[in-house]
Design a binder for this molecule. Structure first.
Ligand code: SF4
Length: 365
């Protein structure tokens, strides 16, 4: 029963599975659409460039699906440690369906089911869950798990570990927790200069998955100058979704007078998109939804580029585009900078739950 509805609630587009929360744009014609119901006065010179890829990444789709499936399969309440992804709209929507978001594991009643967010957790949190006999479902993005595995490997080999990222971000808290005694977090080149390690010949670095590519490159360069023998990950830790969204902004920002990034304040990759645009001298703002747009921003603007962070649902992008159309931006053109076709499998505990739901055949999972 459940497996069928899971697949039916999604659609395939360009080989990407689209989460149900993103399907509202299936009805929307982005390419040179000048006729929508909210279109304002006809104006051929005011246009919206809708960047692609934008919005949900594979890790976010997976994490949201995990919460929805858990709610449908096990029923409410389902506890979620921290925001499942950093987006208020998504969190509120899941809370309405029965998810209870908590900051700490000790807020989850003993023996209940808890989901770890896409940003991952430290071993200490896993231990706490065990002590409270919680039933854990892990929605950590596989690309975050990859960084945890690297941290464990370097620590076991006796390296001092430099973790490039933002100290207050949930992901850094989790990764740091894998080897707290040998790990130092840096977020600027200046902090690299001040680093002290027991053996400068035995140092390794890792990064948060959602950093600015340019900033990370400068920090890694500074690390290599300070520790010429420094080791690093086999492939970069900054994930494909972060890189693709930043590349899209880099390619299009010069054609726009203004770049609007849909995303929440605490979304790291969304904030980085604003910075990328600003570094290219194109004015840019991070907005939760159309309600956050100050009409003054549009004064004298003829081209607005719109993108969205990896945790922002398409329905909010649609809302922003409708707002702009209402204010005379009659031409909406989707600019695909590169194709994106990534999806992640569900964790075993969710696959088992779907398989054991009444009426499910293995083929529907
Ligand atoms: Fe995973 Fe990257 Fe998405 Fe974060 S932004 S959930 S690391 S794919």
């Amino acid at each position: 029963m459940f497996g069928g509805s899971y697949l039916c609630s999604r659609g395939a587009r360009n080989g990407i599975l689209i989460d149900v929360t993103a399907t509202t744009l299936e009805t929307y014609s982005p390419v040179s659409d000048t006729t929508g119901p909210t279109a304002g006065p006809a104006s051929t010179d005011k246009r919206v460039l809708l960047l692609k890829p934008r919005g949900f990444c594979a890790g976010v789709v997976r994490a949201i699906d995990i919460v929805k499936i858990a709610l449908e399969t096990f029923g409410a309440p389902i506890y979620v440690r921290k925001e499942i992804v950093h987006n208020r709209f998504v969190v509120n929507e899941l809370a309405e369906k029965g998810a209870i978001f908590v900051d700490d594991i000790d807020q989850v009643p003993s023996g209940m089911r808890v989901i770890y967010s896409a940003h991952g957790v430290s071993p200490a949190v896993r231990e706490q869950s065990k002590e409270r006999k919680l039933k854990v479902i892990d929605a950590t993005c596989p690309l975050v798990t990859k960084v945890h595995v690297e941290a464990i490997k370097f620590a076991k080999q006796g390296y001092s570990l430099i973790l490039i990222g933002h100290r207050d971000h949930d992901e850094i808290e989790g990764t740091l927790g894998e080897a707290p005694d040998v790990t130092q977090v840096v977020s600027t080149v200046e902090e690299v200069q001040a680093l002290q390690v027991p053996d400068p010949e035995h140092v390794a670095y890792l990064t948060q998955t959602t950093l600015s590519l340019d900033e990370a490159r400068d920090i890694i360069q500074a690390l290599k100058e300070k520790f010429p023998k420094i080791a690093g990950p086999h492939s970069q830790d900054i994930c494909y979704a972060t890189e693709n969204r930043q590349t899209a902004v880099k390619n299009v920002a010069h054609q726009a007078d203004l770049v609007l990034v849909v995303g929440s304040n605490n979304s790291s990759n969304s904030n980085r998109l604003v910075e990328v645009s600003q570094n290219l001298s194109t004015r840019s703002y991070l907005i939760e939804n159309s309600g956050a747009i100050d009409p003054v921003w549009l004064d004298g603007v003829s081209t607005v580029a719109v993108t969205a962070g990896a945790s922002a649902p398409e329905i909010l992008v649609e809302d922003v585009v409708a707002y702009l159309k209402d204010r005379g931006f009659g031409s909406v053109e989707e600019v695909e900078v590169m194709p994106e076709n990534v999806r992640f499998g569900l964790p075993p505990e969710i696959v088992q739950a779907i398989q054991s739901a009444p009426g499910t055949t293995p083929a529907t999972v």
